[in-house]
Design a protein around this ligand. Structure first.
Ligand SMILES: NC(=O)c1ccc[n+]([C@@H]2O[C@H](COP(=O)([O-])OP(=O)(O)OC[C@H]3O[C@@H](n4cnc5c(N)ncnc54)[C@H](OP(=O)(O)O)[C@@H]3O)[C@@H](O)[C@H]2O)c1
Length: 432
């Protein structure tokens, strides 16, 4: 059995490819069932976020497993294998384990150390458990990844700073505004007419950062106005005007800065929508939705500057050096956690051989015991029989104790495999 991960992320694929592969929660069960339907796949789990789609599996054979998952991704996205493959990565065994630990810690995130990824890893575990696609191995791996993510946040400096895609989006707005004034620096948003579209988790973070960066007020547009009102109630010091999404054109006409972060699966703003609007000043659009909320053609409109989640690289690169130093602090902790999982997983490899060894010893014991008891004849009392039986069991247990403990003990994979093969040869076992 092998642990594998196949996927793509902001490092390997642009947003136009990533959005084709995103798997919303509503279709997660069908996707997991489809993966589990393949005879290669014993356990499966899917991590789908705006910046990555990763499929963790326990497979019989690594090559066949990877091709089963690649076929699934191709049919799910409608992309030909040739189009998809250049964007895919795959890792096996310890590399797959290390990768998941890094992901959960936020070390593979666009914004290094951001916190949302940990809740997304928890969600992947919850959905895998609910839809029964996890078994003991991936369950243990995901639990260890969540522990790693929590430890990195509580025990290293990487967890401080409240960074997220939303904070990077607000910084991008500040940077672009500064650049439009000929300054290469972040400027206050105080004089901007700001709208946020969507009232979910990312919009909450947008409001937090907008408030911190000096926004004097925000129009919050959402499909469900009540949800926007609930969100705005948590920001008593920020004037927030809640409007239905049907008012979008009005605010596209009057705002200078609009953030979009809805979970809509089709763009809600495009060139055709912007064209008839009678705008007098520049409109800056920043879209953190994946799939994108703003179509690529919006950027072609005069007076419109449009950015998607991939454009956040520009601000992220500015902060990366300081955060890289913090990331190095977390690396050691990641290695400990990955090692702990691998030792547990490797020790499982010894189980079939140990079971066979025990059952082989047990059949010798019972056979020899029967022979001895029949030689003793009827004069042997039931009590004496029990003593002899207990003696035979005790001898076997004592003899097996040390080799079994040695086979289970933490050691390199190579050493364990060597020890297992020797035991199998000496006792003529065939655990396969
Ligand atoms: N969570 C993250 O860490 C993260 C990071 C970066 C980017 N993103 C992206 O940001 C977007 C929002 O994520 P989230 O975590 O904030 O989601 P969320 O908490 O589930 O909120 C979803 C929001 O989208 C709205 N919405 C859903 N379907 C819609 C539709 N068809 N038309 C218009 N509005 C719709 C919802 O409106 P109602 O209230 O009316 O349902 C709600 O305001 C997603 O595209 C996600 O990929 C998320």
């Amino acid at each position: 059995m092998h642990i594998s991960v196949v996927g793509l992320s902001h490092r390997t694929a642009p947003v136009e490819i990533r959005e084709r592969l995103s798997i919303p929660e509503q279709t997660m069960e069908t996707s997991l069932q489809s993966l589990r339907g393949n005879e290669q796949v014993l356990e499966a789990s899917i991590l789908s976020t705006c910046n990555r789609l990763e499929i963790y599996t326990l497979v019989r054979n690594p090559d066949l497993g990877v091709s089963a998952v690649s076929d699934f991704l191709s049919s799910h996205s409608g992309l030909e294998t040739g189009e998809l493959t250049p964007h895919l990565f795959s890792y096996h065994h310890e590399d797959a384990v290390d990768h998941l630990m890094r992901v959960a810690a936020g070390l593979d995130s666009l914004v290094l150390g951001e916190g949302q990824i940990l809740s997304q890893v928890k969600k992947m575990m919850r959905l895998g458990q609910e839809h029964k696609s996890l078994g003991p191995i991936l369950n243990r791996l995901l639990t260890q990844a969540v522990t790693t993510g929590k430890r990195v946040r509580s025990e290293t400096n990487l967890g401080t700073g409240a960074v997220s895609i939303s904070s990077a989006a607000v910084e991008l707005a500040q940077l672009k505004l500064g650049q439009s004034r000929g300054l290469d620096q972040l400027v206050t948003l105080e004089s901007e007419q700001i709208a946020v579209v969507g009232a979910g988790r990312m919009s909450r973070l947008l409001l937090q950062h907008l408030q911190a960066k000096g926004a004097s007020g925000v129009v919050l547009l959402n499909r469900t106005v009540e949800r926007a009102e609930q969100l705005s109630a948590d920001f008593p010091d920020l004037p927030v005007q809640c409007r239905p999404l049907s008012d979008l054109d009005q605010y596209l006409s009057t705002c200078s800065l609009m953030f979009t972060s809805t979970a809509a699966d089709e763009p809600i703003i495009d060139a055709a929508r912007l064209a008839p609007l009678n705008r007098r000043s520049k409109l800056r659009l920043i879209d953190i939705g994946v799939p994108r909320n703003i179509a690529a053609d919006a950027a072609d409109m005069d007076g419109v500057e449009s950015h998607d989640v991939d454009d956040l690289q520009e601000v992220v690169a500015r902060n990366q050096e300081a955060r890289q130093a913090m990331a190095r602090e977390a690396e050691q902790l990641l290695q400990q956690e990955a090692q702990q999982f691998l030792e547990w997983w490797d020790s499982l490899e010894a189980v079939p051989t140990i079971n066979q060894l025990r059952s082989s010893m047990e059949s010798i014991r019972t056979e020899e015991l029967q022979k001895a008891l029949s030689r003793m004849g009827p004069d042997f009392s039931a009590r004496e029989r029990k003593v002899v039986e207990a003696l035979s069991k005790g001898i076997i247990n004592k003899i097996l104790h040390t080799p079994v403990t040695q086979l289970r003990a933490p050691q390199t994979r190579q050493d364990r495999q060597q020890a297992l093969r020797i035991v199998e040869r000496l006792f003529d076992l065939d655990p396969s």
